[in-house]
Design a protein around this ligand. Structure first.
Ligand code: NAD
Ligand code: TYD
Length: 352
C-alpha cells in the first residue's frame, strides 16, 4: 500500500481517483484532517472501493501516524496535506506553521522511525514524496528566466515560507539521516474538485451566479498553469523513477496573466452557457484591491523532469481549461455541497 496525506483536498483527491482508475494499482491509506478544504464528496466514486481506506486525522498526531505506519506497512508516503491558500495565510498564518512546518516535521520523524525498522529490501525501496510549490522560489520579473531546481529559495508569503520550511526539513532528513525522499515543486494547478477560494473555480462560480469577478490589482500577474491530472501523472512518475534526494520542478509551460485567464473562462462560458441577457460574462470583471506582497510572476522550467524521467504535460491550457469549465457545469451537486457556511464566511471576510 501507499500512504497519502491530504487526499480529500483538491490535488490529493484527484491523485486518489487517478491512481485507483488503474485496476492493477495498490491500495491507498488516505490520512486527512478534513479542514474546510478537505471534502469527502471528492472521493464519492471510490467510497466502496476496498483499495481505499480513509482515516480522519492530523499529520501532526504522532501516535496516530505511528500506529498507521505499523498497521499498514506502506511502501511509500506522499505528503499532500497542507494549508494551501495564500490569502488565508495572510489573514491567519498560525495554521500554516502548524500543518506545513510542524505537521511535516512530525510525519518525517514518524516515517523515519518506521523506515529505520524495515528489513533491508523494504528499506531500500521505501520513498517519502513531498509535494511542494513553485512559490518557494519567490517572484520573477517579466524578463527573468523560469525557475529551475537550482534557483535560491525566496518565499514572500506566509504560505510559501511555510512550504519552503517544509522543503528544507525534507532535504535535511535526506542529507542527515539518508532518509529516502523526493520533492516536487509544482506550478498553479486547476481542474475538477478545486475549492472555489482559488482564482479559476471562484471565477467560474461567480460568473454563473451573476457576481463580480474580482481581479487583484492590474491583473497582469503571471502564473504558470498546469492541469491537475498532469500534476498527478508527474507525481506517479517521480515516485516511481525519481532519484533520491532530488527535487523536480513540475509545470505546464503555460504562462498566463490573470486577466487573460479570466477572459478565457468568460469566453468559454459565453459559448457553453450564455448569459440570459446575451451579454458576455466579461462584463462582470471587477478590479479590486491588490493582495499584500503579491508575487508578480511565477514560471517553471520543467525540463529536468522531462529530460531525466520523460514526463511532459498532456494538456495545454486551452484543452485543460475547457475540460475544467465543463466539469463545473456538469457538477452542480458538488458545487452546492461546497458552498457551505465556511466558504461563504471566507468570501465575506476577503471581498467585503
Ligand atoms: P487543498 O487545500 O485543496 O487540500 C489540502 C488537504 O490537506 C485538505 O484535504 C485538508 O483537509 C488536508 N489537511 C490540511 N491540514 C492537514 C493536517 N494537519 N493533517 C492532515 N490533513 C490535512 O490543497 P491542494 O491544492 O490540494 O494542495 C495539495 C498540496 O499540493 C499542498 O501541499 C500544496 O502546497 C501543494 N501544491 C498545490 C498547488 C495548487 O495549485 N493547488 C500547486 C503546487 C503545489
Ligand atoms: P490563487 O488561485 O489564489 O493561487 P496563488 O496565489 O497560489 O497563485 O491566485 C492565482 C492568481 O490570481 C494570483 O495572482 C492571485 C489572483 N487572484 C485574483 O486576482 N483574484 C482572486 O479573487 C483570487 C482568489 C486570486
Amino acid at each position: 500500500m501507499i500512504l497519502i496525506t491530504g487526499g480529500a483536498g483538491f490535488i490529493g483527491s484527484n491523485f486518489v481517483l487517478d491512481w485507483l482508475a488503474n485496476p492493477a494499482a495498490e491500495g491507498i491509506i488516505n490520512l486527512d484532517k478534513l479542514t474546510y478544504a478537505g471534502n469527502l464528496a471528492n472521493l464519492e466514486s471510490v467510497k466502496d472501493d476496498p483499495r481505499h481506506v480513509f482515516i480522519h486525522g492530523d499529520i501532526g498526531d504522532k501516535e496516530l501516524v505511528g500506529k498507521l505506519l505499523k498497521q499498514y506497512q506502506p511502501r511509500a508516503i506522499i505528503n499532500f496535506a497542507a494549508e494551501s491558500h495564500v490569502d488565508r495565510s495572510i489573514h491567519g498564518p498560525a495554521e500554516f506553521i502548524d500543518t506545513n512546518v510542524l505537521g511535516t516535521f512530525n510525519l518525517l520523524e514518524c516515517a523515519r522511525e518506521y523506515w529505520g525498522a524495515l528489513a533491508e529490501a523494504e528499506k531500500e525501496s521505501f520513498r517519502f514524496h513531498h509535494v511542494s510549490t513553485d512559490e518557494v522560489y519567490g517572484s520573477l520579473s517579466a524578463t527573468d528566466p523560469a525557475f529551475t531546481e537550482s534557483n535560491p529559495y525566496e518565499p514572500n508569503s506566509p504560505y510559501s515560507a511555510s512550504k519552503a520550511a517544509s522543503d528544507h526539513l525534507v532535504r535535511a532528513w535526506f542529507h542527515t539521516y539518508h532518509f529516502p525522499v523526493v520533492t516536487t515543486n509544482c506550478s498553479n494547478n486547476y481542474g475538477p474538485y478545486h475549492f472555489p477560494e482559488k482564482l479559476i473555480p471562484l471565477v467560474i462560480l461567480n460568473a454563473l451566479n451573476s457576481k463580480p469577478l474580482p481581479i487583484y490589482g492590474d491583473g497582469q500577474q503571471i502564473r504558470d498553469w498546469l492541469y491537475v491530472g498532469d500534476h498527478c501523472s508527474a507525481i506517479r512518475e517521480v515516485l516511481a523513477k525519481g532519484k533520491l534526494g532530488e527535487t523536480y520542478n513540475i509545470g505546464g509551460w503555460n504562462e498566463k496573466a490573470n486577466i487573460e485567464v479570466v477572459k478565457t473562462i468568460c469566453s468559454i462560458l459565453d459559448e457553453l452557457q450564455p448569459r440570459s441577457d446575451g451579454k458576455s460574462y466579461a462584463e462582470q470583471i471587477t478590479f479590486v484591491k491588490d493582495r499584500p506582497g503579491h508575487d508578480r510572476r511565477y514560471a517553471i522550467d520543467a525540463s529536468k523532469v522531462e529530460r531525466e524521467l520523460g514526463w511532459r504535460p498532456a494538456q495545454t491550457f486551452e484543452t485543460g481549461i475547457r475540460k475544467t469549465v465543463q466539469w463545473y457545469l456538469d457538477n452542480p451537486d458538488w458545487i452546492k455541497g461546497v458552498v457551505s457556511g465556511s466558504y461563504r464566511d471566507w468570501l465575506h471576510k476577503q471581498y467585503n
